[in-house]
Design a protein around this ligand. Structure first.
Ligand code: CA
Length: 447
């Protein structure tokens, strides 16, 4: 069998795993998904590479040590190939390249498949070896998930037409909500990589300069308009050299996979500081990402057409075919001590006007280089309806229309103790390719 038909087989909707929890149609971590992350657990505090399957995490290095998983020869390096799985980040594994990612995916899918009749003879080894299974599959409930990559650079785009229109209407002019450059390029800015944290990390409310509209000068104090931005992000899997742009048609080959991303935003700090160079302290205090990176290969069955682009983009931003993905997204808010969260937004990644390929092509067209592990945020993902907006700023129309919660009253912006959770998944027939969740609890500002 060729590599491509092996890869195709990993996407077969009928494939089921002997890890039974993975076969639930609502489980994020089906055998079709196989996302990569970094974890530790109560048996071993060392951070290492894991792959999620059902309610388990595959300790990939254990399978490699047992001789059940082999990296392609071209990927082996002098330090020993297994070092890429005994690492506190995915960068070394990702740097091996797309053939290695695909080879590991194909082998893991075979090892975890329930029905081995169509697979190679040795694939039943893990399924039928209880002692090895015990060592190689860790309980997800017993594991801690960490930041999956070391992030050399973080860029945030602004690619939802609905979001840009809403913000433009609120702060500038509803008749000319979109600035003329918006429909010509994926607008972006260089964010702050050092403060990207893994889901579950508490986020401290920032202090900063706040200026009331009728005041002559700003005051210093805690942010009063703390917000989320529902985004996804992609992780660069193959960088480009300084001075070497990447064509739009080639851009997806540079993407390892996607995460959920919450671009926490201090709206009052932002409104005062953002002219003329854009947000600074309003965004730099924290950005949370989900711990599992869902590969572009796993997302392939959910590829859909992007919205029509008018005017037609300049040549360097053109690509043929479908480059959006059908990813359902939700935002949930749970006040401190509330038992139940309220879902405050439901939307979909497919609404995004600019594609990830166009974002990457635009980022590099100047000759800017990128590196393995770079994080590129989509920009706030707002849908067309008032219940599908990706920020509290839009959902409450800058605080004018408070949201009713199931427990804990109403909200305009985030209060201390609130837990904000993003969730996302692609729903296949009888299975799901999900991202898990991306959450953070807000703790009070420093005195
Ligand atoms: Ca953003």
């Amino acid at each position: 069998m060729s590599v491509s038909s092996d890869l195709q087989a990993t996407l077969d909707p009928s494939r089921r795993s002997w890890v039974e929890a993975a076969n639930d149609a609502a489980c994020d971590f089906s055998i079709q998904n196989l996302p990569f992350g970094i974890f530790s657990d109560s048996r071993d505090a060392v951070w290492r590479v894991g792959v999620a399957i059902g309610d388990r995490i595959v300790d990939v290095a254990v399978l490699e040590d047992a001789g059940l998983l082999v990296l392609p020869l071209a990927s082996a390096n002098e330090s020993g190939a297994s070092s890429v799985f005994r690492s506190d980040s995915l960068n070394a594994f990702i740097a091996l390249g797309r053939d290695a990612w695909r080879s590991v995916r194909i082998q893991l899918s075979g090892l975890l498949a329930r029905d081995t009749t169509t697979l190679r003879d040795d694939t039943a080894t893990l399924r039928d070896d209880a002692a090895l299974r015990e060592r190689a599959l860790v309980s997800a409930a017993d594991a801690t998930l960490h930041l999956p990559v070391q992030i050399p650079g973080y860029t945030d785009f602004y690619s939802s037409k609905e979001h840009a229109t809403n913000v433009g209407s609120m702060f500038r002019d509803p008749k000319n909500a979109l600035l003329p450059n918006w429909s010509e390029m994926p607008i972006g800015y260089n964010g702050r990589a050092s403060s990207v944290v893994a889901s579950g990390t508490p986020v401290r409310r920032p202090n900063g300069q706040l200026k009331l509209p009728d005041a002559e000068r700003p005051v210093f104090g805690a942010c009063r308009k703390l917000d989320i931005e529902l985004e996804t992000g992609f992780i660069v899997g193959r960088g480009n050299a300084l001075g070497e742009p990447v064509a739009c048609a080639e851009a997806e080959a540079h993407i390892f996979g996607m995460v959920l991303l919450n671009d926490w935003s201090a709206r009052d700090i932002q409104q005062w500081e953002y002219v003329p160079l854009g947000p600074f302290n309003a965004k730099t205090f924290a950005t949370t990402i989900s711990p599992w990176i869902v590969t572009l290969d796993a997302l392939e069955p959910f590829r859909v057409a992007q919205p029509e682009q008018v005017p037609q983009p300049l040549d360097y931003l053109r690509h043929d075919g479908a480059h959006a993905f059908d990813i359902a997204l939700e935002v949930r808010l749970r006040p401190q001590r509330a038992r139940e969260a309220t879902t405050i937004s439901r939307t979909n990644f497919r609404h995004m006007y600019w594609t990830m390929a166009q974002q990457f092509a635009h980022h590099t067209v100047s000759g800017c280089n990128t590196r393995v592990g770079d994080l590129m945020g989509s920009g706030t993902i707002s849908g067309p309806t008032a219940d599908s907006y990706g920020s509290l700023l839009e959902l409450t129309w800058n605080g004018k229309q408070p949201l009713e919660l199931k427990e804990g009253g109403t909200r305009t912006f985030i209060e201390d103790g609130d837990e904000l959770t993003l969730a996302g998944w692609c729903q296949g027939e009888g299975y799901r390719v999900g991202f898990g969740t991306c959450s953070g609890v807000i703790v009070p500002a420093r005195d």
